[in-house]
Design a protein around this ligand. Sequence first.
Ligand SMILES: NC(=O)c1ccc[n+]([C@@H]2O[C@H](COP(=O)([O-])OP(=O)(O)OC[C@H]3O[C@@H](n4cnc5c(N)ncnc54)[C@H](OP(=O)(O)O)[C@@H]3O)[C@@H](O)[C@H]2O)c1
Length: 336
Amino acid sequence: MPAHTSSLSGHGQTVCVTGAGGFIASWIVKLLLQRGYTVKGTMRNPDDPKNSHLRELEGAKERLSLCRADLLDYESLREAITGCDGVFHTASPLTNDPEQMLEPAVNGTKNVMIAAAEAKVRRVVFTSTIGTVYMNPNRNPDDVVDESCWSDLDFCKNTQNWYCYAKTVAEQAAWELAKEKGVDLVVLNPVVVLGPLLQSTINASSIHILKYLTGSAKTYVNAVQGYVHVKNVAHAHILIYETPSASGRYICGESVLHRGEVVEMLAKFFPEYPIPTRCSDEKNPRAKPHKFSSKKLKDLGLELIPVKQCLYETVKSLQEKGHLPIHKHPQNSFTI
Ligand SMILES: NC(=O)c1ccc[n+]([C@@H]2O[C@H](COP(=O)([O-])OP(=O)(O)OC[C@H]3O[C@@H](n4cnc5c(N)ncnc54)[C@H](OP(=O)(O)O)[C@@H]3O)[C@@H](O)[C@H]2O)c1
């Protein structure tokens, strides 16, 4: 565990985590409780069994309350955020459907920022994505992508990448409101987040791996993607909340892999599953990995978990949570 988590420092502080039952937010809540914070977790329906894992977390009985709030209902957010020292705004749809994506991502983020300003919180941490950083056709593919880069909104629109479009507009709106209302905002821009699930339901980035194990993906795409462990992402949120000098955006990614490398690693660990061996595009040259830098975050002391371990733990968790049947394989003695 990185040095910054070795001592408790959340005692006496109350923070709000939006979308608390989600994949990343559940880990943020778990670590906040471990660090002694009192947490108000928002969700659209606290009675939904999909959120019940939160009540089992260590410290939850004493210091976690679940608040009903919708990103498009300002009053519900204001109620949850009032009295808090800080806000982790993690709730967002993860879809490419523009109708489901745009409103909650953009207006929801504006609502959270306005409520945070009104409550005079110490700091807001916004969970953005690498998708607000690197979607730009004019970027030189050999350049290292860092926090100064922004995705091109027209490019996102023309390629119908509504997730990246909405998150980019949302992050820009958050920065504008932070400036206008004097809110201390820091932003995390993670790549694809993998690792063990705390919640019982499946989330979008876990499906990214699950589809290669169930036989539903017969081939893999000729594309590259950055990956990072969910524990690192949760730690990073807390690190940039707690470090007084933290400011601006923080890219959070361990490594970039071609999908061919992902399926190779999965097949080595879990040869018992029907993992694709063929690329859907055998005509074009293999897509080159882009380069991005998590230096700014690492300089704050975060040690990133290797991607191999991340893939291994993702599959083990998908098995444990019942999303993937366990097949025994006689030669599966591979360890990491
Ligand atoms: N997973 C990744 O690979 C990845 C990578 C980079 C950035 N991110 C960002 O990380 C955040 C969390 O992602 P995740 O993977 O943890 O997703 P997740 O498991 O799907 O959780 C998202 C949460 O957002 C809430 N939510 C969704 N739509 C909402 C709406 N219309 N109104 C209110 N709440 C809504 C949901 O809460 P309820 O349904 O309970 O209300 C849900 O618990 C998102 O902001 C995402 O953009 C994710």
